[in-house]
Design a protein around this ligand. Structure first.
Ligand code: ZN
Length: 262
């Protein structure tokens, strides 16, 4: 299995300035999955030499632009230019159906061309693919936000999505070989609805994945993300790296991290 980071950035200001990319994450295993295709996903794929037509599933964890803006483009790729009804689209309730003033963020026209559409809820699963995907609880300003756990042959990859720390959250990640954690702020500089490095340390004191990847950095993480990852590793004993734009992680018997830019 391979994990490609098409962006290590997140939040409004990094997205607006593109100081870090915001194209989401590709999981290439039994099937090829695009996770949270934010602004620039398709551009970053072209620059990374990845073919968007090689997409079997698109998952969007909540209705914020740094997670969904390239969804339509990825659906058009997945459906081979809207000519073939194929692929899976999974999204939070806000993404697919709309919830209050959040979403929906994907058009009916696009969902009409997808093979199957799933509303992902915490604890809900999608098993029509060659692997199982499970929705995980998250606490974010979009109340229907979900984390995701992908059960591949090479092991489980869990993704927190945007969330703040809450009691019991770590249980969701117990099976994960690789845990991708969206941490927008360093140290204990916590803001509502998001994780900071201190929260990550709490999580990794409770669960021990083989590799933790810090991801989705806001302005305050620029230039210090690798140092924060080192600090987390020292405090918890869990191998921890900071995501980089175009970073690739290869997971088989072992886990190799190939550095990208920055
Ligand atoms: Zn975000």
């Amino acid at each position: 299995m391979e994990i490609h980071f098409l962006g290590s950035g997140g939040g409004r200001w990094v997205t607006l300035t593109q100081k870090l990319r915001t194209g989401g994450i590709r999981l290439h295993a039994e099937a090829k999955v695009h996770l949270d295709p934010g602004p620039g996903a398709v551009l970053s794929m072209a620059q990374a030499g990845l073919n968007p037509l090689d997409t079997d599933a698109v998952f969007v964890t909540h209705s914020h632009p740094d997670h969904y803006t390239d969804s339509h483009v990825m659906i058009e790729a997945m459906t081979r230019g809207m000519r073939t009804r194929r692929g899976i689209f999974g999204g939070s309730r806000s993404v697919v159906l709309g919830e209050g003033d959040a979403g929906p963020v994907v058009t009916k026209y696009h969902l009409g061309k997808v093979g199957e559409t799933h509303v992902i809820t915490p604890g809900g699963t999608v098993s029509t693919l060659s692997f199982r995907v499970r929705g995980l609880e998250a606490r974010h300003s979009d109340p229907t936000t979900v984390g995701l756990s992908f059960e591949f042959e090479d092991g489980v990859v869990a993704y927190t999505s945007d969330t703040e720390y809450f009691q019991g959250m770590s249980q969701s990640y117990e099976e994960a070989r690789v845990l991708i954690i969206n941490v927008i702020r360093p140290a204990s500089r916590r803001i509502p609805w998001h994780l900071c490095t201190e929260d990550v340390i709490k999580i990794l004191e409770e669960v021990k994945p083989e590799l933790a990847i810090l991801n989705h950095f806001g302005m305050n993480m620029i230039g210090v993300a690798s140092r924060e990852a080192e600090r987390v590793q020292k405090a918890t004993g869990v191998r921890t790296v900071a995501a980089k734009d175009f970073m690739r992680v290869v997971v088989n018997e072992g886990i190799e991290v190939e550095s990208g830019v920055r």
